[in-house]
Design a protein around this ligand. Structure first.
Ligand code: H2U
Ligand code: ZN
Length: 383
């Protein structure tokens, strides 16, 4: 008999995409002498005259940003999609197939403060970001089938500007990643009569060990199938198809959960944690999306310090995704951290500009300190 099957190399199925990830827990003990990158400085001015996203500044196309006081949305001056692209099959051969695709891209500033990040903002300050995400999906969803809301954070993720901001790319087709999720969710719903991600959430609540943060409306989990070392999946507790369907309490709850989860990320290596965060909700047409559940993925590249990141190379590029530290270990590490941001801690010597007074959202004071779980590892391993 194998004493703990999850100490052994194994493959886990990503139920949401139908793909596998190979887990090699024993490799975490190996010596490592890889690249160490310089840590980015944490102190920035509240307003940067050179920043193209700060209020009152001029962008690359000479347009002037308004003096916004919460969020600000504009059409991306260098959009990847273009609204007026005519629809055409531009295939050259059965093996050289292509279609033109119309779409539109927008940029969302999360705050007028150049020195903020979502992790440094309070739930009260994050709530307008949740509202603008929902409003943008409602607005663009009237015209476009797929509205991809995302944030690239940090130089290592290719983010061009530290000013807190995200992007939206809207198009008429469902891209590869959500297309896989659509197939898996509809299949599960057909076979089981309930949404895949709600059944998954129930299994995670029962087992407990991969939940990182939770409140009355939301769960943040290092998923069973996580590929990135500290990847998380965020989802509402009830079935919600799209961001605009979230009610006011759920939007407050999301702001609360994001603040707490992102503070844990920053506290992990005492750095402004880089990641790509993005929302997946049901497509915006009349199709059958009964199996869908709104969720966000956070994909952070860091592995073992502020400067050591995981590379998706070699086996990952040529065979399949692989990880060393298990999702359970990653979740435990994130859970062990405080939800007070290290830059807000009284013991932290920081400049005034990064020290933020954070109003607390009413109703979440208690759930914010809710003990996330009970350790059931041993029990379920024996099942
Ligand atoms: P990233 O930091 O994730 O690259 O997003 C910034 C976006 O802002 C990027 O897509 C756009 C870039 O095209 N941008 C403008 O629309 N106007 C500007 O003046 C500079 C950058
Ligand atoms: Zn700025």
């Amino acid at each position: 008999m194998i004493p703990n099957p999850f100490d052994q190399p194994h493959r886990r199925l990503n139920a949401l995409t139908g793909e596998y990830v190979f887990v090699s827990p024993h490799r975490t003990k190996r010596p490592w002498q890889g690249r160490v990158e310089p840590n980015a400085p944490t102190s920035r001015p509240q307003h940067d005259p050179q920043c193209y996203l700060c209020p009152g500044n001029v962008r690359a196309n000479k347009e002037l940003n308004p003096n916004y006081d919460a969020t600000f949305v504009f059409t991306n001056d260098f959009s990847a999609f273009l609204d007026d692209t005519p629809s055409a099959d531009v295939s050259r051969h059965p093996l050289l197939r292509a279609q033109t695709q119309a779409g539109t891209c927008r940029v969302i500033c999360f705050s007028p403060r150049h020195d903020f990040t979502l992790a440094l903002m309070s739930a009260v300050q994050i709530r307008p970001v949740v509202d603008v995400w929902a409003d943008q999906v409602a607005d663009l969803g009237r015209k476009w089938k797929w509205v991809q809301v995302f944030e690239n954070k940090g130089d290592v993720m290719g983010c061009s500007n530290p000013h807190p901001h995200g992007q939206i790319w809207a198009s008429d087709f469902v891209p590869n990643e959500p297309a896989k999720e659509h197939i898996q969710q509809q299949k599960w719903f057909k076979e089981n009569g309930s949404p895949l991600l709600l059944d998954y959430a129930q299994a995670e609540i029962t087992q407990g060990e991969r939940i990182v943060a939770q409140n009355a409306h939301w769960l943040a989990i290092v998923p069973w199938w996580a590929v990135w070392p500290f990847e998380t999946l965020i989802q509402p507790r009830r079935q919600v198809l799209r961001l605009p369907d979230l009610n006011s309490a759920e939007r407050d709850g999301l702001a609360d959960l994001l603040r707490r989860l992102l503070a844990r990320y920053d506290n992990l290596f005492q750095t402004s944690f880089p990641y790509s965060l993005g929302w997946h909700g049901a497509p915006n047409d009349e199709g059958d999306y009964s199996g869908w559940q709104l969720h966000a993925h956070i994909y952070p590249p860091l592995l073992r310090s502020a400067t050591v990141k995981k590379f998706m190379v070699g086996y990952e590029m040529l065979a399949e995704a692989q990880r060393d530290i298990t999702p359970e270990q990653a979740a435990a590490r994130l859970r062990d951290l405080t939800e007070e941001h290290y830059l807000h801690s009284p013991n932290c010597r920081v400049t005034a500009s990064t020290s933020v007074s954070a109003p607390v959202l009413r109703g979440f004071e208690d759930v914010a300190s809710m003990s996330p779980l009970h350790a059931t590892t041993e029990k379920w391993l024996r099942i």
